[in-house]
Design a binder for this molecule. Structure first.
Ligand SMILES: [Cu+2]
Length: 112
């Protein structure tokens, strides 16, 4: 997969040229956190690169369950306070999700 590696180097060079910290940029691209608090997913809409690991962490005193609206990724277990759930988004697309306990809680992960 030298082609993929080459693209990664190119991306890093572009980020350097833009004055971004390469370490911070790579961290942001590969792992992102969604905080669940006050019955809200924050950020509600998240845009990430393919291959990004997204972690939801519950800051509420109520349990929440992260469920893909289209069954596109596995559901979490019931997350108690401080519990987290992570999944990796490999393919570009729009992934709507909600909390199955509180269906008015919705969020979206956009992978591109
Ligand atoms: Cu909930």
């Amino acid at each position: 997969m030298s082609g993929l590696r080459g693209r990664g180097v190119l991306l890093a060079l572009c980020l350097l040229a833009a004055g971004a910290s390469p370490v911070g940029a790579v961290g942001e691209a590969s792992a992102v956190r969604v905080e669940i608090s006050h019955f809200t997913f924050a950020p509600g809409t998240l845009t990430v690169r393919p291959g990004t690991r997204v972690t939801w962490i519950n800051r509420d005193d109520e349990p929440h369950i992260v469920v893909s609206a289209g069954g596109q990724f596995p559901s979490s277990k019931a997350l108690d306070t401080g519990d987290s759930y992570a999944t990796v988004f490999d393919k570009p697309g729009t992934y709507a999700y909600f909390c199955s306990i509180h269906p008015h809680m919705v969020g979206t992960v956009i992978v591109r």
